[in-house]
Design a protein. Structure first.
Ligand code: OAD
Length: 237
């Protein structure tokens, strides 16, 4: 039977595409407190600030940001691996899709989508959002928000992620600091299920000791090497 792989990516996978990570020096929060721009309470208190924060990030994402060799290598693994590969990303950008990934589970939502809090419809969205934005489904203004998961909200796709982790043979965490749950706990679930675990990161993280194997270095170099090794190991089987 072919092996099942679960890949978890974080902000580090897109760092070399020019998107800042959250916890690096000069982090992505643009000087804001996380509570002010990434919680339902922050949105309720100052919707204009929160919409502006995500509008700026959406514009930057659409301003010529391109996938890097790590994104395209993962897409190749998804296409060529004979077993299942579940790609879970904490990133809200669309670089995995642009890199050719046939499936991406965005557990923290997507910047290029908006959600109507009045009718719950989720729609593709590339414009700025504001209180004047009109939902294309219920045609009402005033309920549109970014389709991103804020702190205190339930990440998306947890049923599928947990079920796949239970039958995983290999778990890889790429470019994530392992500081935000539930994603930070996936390595333990995979280990419990008997999977081999590998961490690919520029530096050691707070959860490094849990992993069986480590590839230290930039994702754009290490991920293609890892994918070549994996696909090479299948040749002749
Ligand atoms: P972090 O900013 O916490 O961590 C980024 C990780 O990427 C760090 O461990 C870096 O060492 C690593 N890294 C940086 N550049 C790299 C490179 N070129 N190659 C390989 N690794 C590199 O980002 P996340 O772990 O993704 O959630 O953060 C998790 C969540 O925290 C985010 O999804 C977001 C944030 O709060 C929400 O907004 C809900």
């Amino acid at each position: 039977m072919s092996e099942t792989i679960v890949i978890l990516t974080g902000a580090g996978i897109s760092a070399e595409s020019g998107i800042r990570t959250f916890r690096g020096p000069d982090g992505l929060w643009e000087g804001h407190r996380v509570e002010d721009v990434a919680t339902p309470e922050g949105f309720e208190a100052d919707p204009v600030l929160v919409q502006r924060f995500y509008n700026e990030r959406r514009r930057a994402l659409l301003d010529g940001i391109l996938p890097n060799a790590a994104h395209t290598a993962i897409a190749r693994l998804q296409r060529e691996w004979p077993g299942d590969v579940l790609l879970v990303t904490q990133h809200i950008d669309h670089l995995h899709e642009q890199g050719g990934s046939p499936q991406v589970l965005h557990m923290h939502g997507e910047l290029l989508k908006a959600r109507c809090t009045l009718c719950q419809a989720v729609q593709s969205w590339e414009q700025d959002l504001s209180a004047e934005s009109v939902c294309t489904t219920c045609e009402t203004a005033g309920g549109m928000r970014p389709h991103v998961v804020w702190f205190g909200e339930m990440p998306l796709g947890m049923g599928e992620i947990e079920a796949t982790l239970q039958r995983a043979d290999l778990f890889a965490a790429i470019g994530t600091s392992g500081q935000v749950y539930p994603a930070a706990g996936f390595v333990n679930a995979a280990k419990y299920a008997g999977a081999k675990t590998i961490e690919i990161n520029l530096a050691s993280t707070g959860t490094s000791e849990v992993f069986d194997e480590h590839l230290l270095g930039p994702a754009s170099e290490k991920v293609p090497l890892w994918v070549d090794t994996l696909l090479g190991s299948r040749k002749g089987k």
